[in-house]
Each structure stands twice: as C-alpha cells, then as structure tokens.
Design a binder for this molecule. Structure first.
Ligand SMILES: [Zn+2]
Length: 250
C-alpha cells in the first residue's frame, strides 16, 4: 500500500533556537533532496483523496506546518520554486485576531526577545498561501491535548475550528492534532466532526489510518545524524515496519 511521506514543520527562523523553528536554508535543502529523489508534492487532503482512490503517486511528499506562525509564509517562495504545495494547520481562536499565539509549550517565549515569533499568519497572508495552492486545515480552537478532554469538549474543539476555518477559507477538510496527540476515541470524534483525515506525530508509523496519519517532525535543533533518521529513505521505511514500535522505544 502506497503511503506519502508527511513532514511536520512549525516556524521558519534562523534566530529562534527551538525545536519548532527551521532555518529557510535548511528547509530548502531538506526539500531539495526529496525533489532529487523524484517526490511529487501534494497537500494533505489531496494525498488522502488520491490514496483512497488508489491513484497516489509512488513517491509523494506532503509538507505540513502546524500552528500557522507568520514566519511560515517565508517558505512559500521556496515551495513555489520546487513545485510543492503545503498544508498549514491553524488554531481557530487566533484566526482574524492579531494577538500572539499562546498555549503551554510556547508560552515560555512570550516574555523574551523572540516574542514576535509567536505572531500568527494574518487572514490575508493565509488567503495568499491558499492562492499558491496551499491547503488550510485545522489545529483545533485552542490547541489542547485532545485525549485529555471529555468527549463533548473534544468534539467542540474539532467542530468549531472546522466551522471557523470554513467561514474564512471556504472549507476545512483535515486536522493536525495538537502536540501530535491522538487516540482511537479522538480519531472517531474527528470523523464525526466531518473531517476527511487527521494526522499526528510519532516515531513509529505502524498506525496509519485516515484519522491517524503519521508524520515526521522536522526540528531546527536536529544534528545531521538525527536529520538523516527522519528524512532518508531507509529510516522512513523502518518507521513503517512492524518492528517500529520497538525501535521507537530505543
Ligand atoms: Zn501545534
């Protein structure tokens, strides 16, 4: 069964030293290697649609960005040049609002010199990316860890964000679960909320279902070896093997 390689990025920055940010140079170099290996680029929704239809190209790359940092837009010219679209997952509460992004995990940057890195993409910037062929997906309303929520609250996070994003951008077909956290119950609620697919982040890609599509997390703090374990063909195959859950624990 063909499966796309789905990369998960966050911000684009060379000065913000965090796992969340990758420099534009490194981002371009990582994607150029996929171009050299003959990968075709699709949005997450389109890759899912073609997977279901049985028409997914043998080598498909899906580039995704979580959180919708304003710096994400810096990736657009590189992607345009390489002929790749992307999917950006936005947090509903911050769409059309110029407040800085905030939730546990990024709040520590709010009082620092890097606070402007927490600026979200504006609606105009998101529409411009959409004009470039990007998909706008959901990353919930408030960026909670969904498995920790009661089912009604979880469904509200999933449904309201889908409605909000649809109002602004004319549709919202897919979701990326905050922190990459999802379980069977959350996956079923995402289906109930009307999405076509959802994605998470994990070392092992043994679970690969429409509402639990695995992604590889790119990180600005990875050394060359760790980057290789995420982007090279052999390690990507290993993640999909039945031994992957065991390898992940190592
Ligand atoms: Zn996130």
């Amino acid at each position: 069964m063909r499966a796309p390689v789905i990369l998960c990025y966050h911000a684009i920055s060379s000065s913000w030293q965090t796992t969340l940010a990758v420099s534009l140079e490194r981002f371009a170099a990582q994607l150029e290697r996929f171009v050299d290996r003959g990968y075709v680029g699709l949005t997450f929704a389109e890759a899912e649609r073609r997977r279901v239809a049985g028409t997914l190209p043998p080598r498909t790359l899906v580039v995704t960005f979580d959180d919708a940092y304003a710096s994400t837009a810096a990736a657009a010219p590189v992607l345009r040049q390489l002929g790749y679209p992307a999917t950006v997952f936005v947090v509903g509460d911050f769409v059309g609002d110029d407040k800085l992004l905030h939730w546990p995990g990024i709040d520590e940057w709010a009082g620092t010199a890097h606070r402007e890195e927490l600026r979200p993409l504006s609606v105009d910037a998101l529409r411009s990316l959409q004009g470039d062929g990007w998909e706008i997906g959901s990353h919930t309303m408030s960026h909670p860890s969904l498995p920790d929520l009661a089912s009604d609250e979880c469904l509200r996070e999933l449904s309201e964000s889908r409605a909000t994003i649809s109002d602004y951008f004319g549709g919202c077909a897919t979701i990326a679960y905050p922190y990459g956290h999802v379980d069977q119950r959350v996956a079923a609620l995402a289906a109930q909320a009307g999405y076509a697919a959802g994605c998470y982040v994990a070392y092992s890609h043994a679970i690969d279902e429409p509402f639990r599509r695995p992604r590889v997390a790119a990180s600005g703090t990875d050394g060359r070896m760790r980057e290789w374990t995420k982007m090279a063909p052999l390690p990507i195959l290993m993640r999909r093997s039945p031994l992957a859950p065991l390898l992940g624990r190592l």
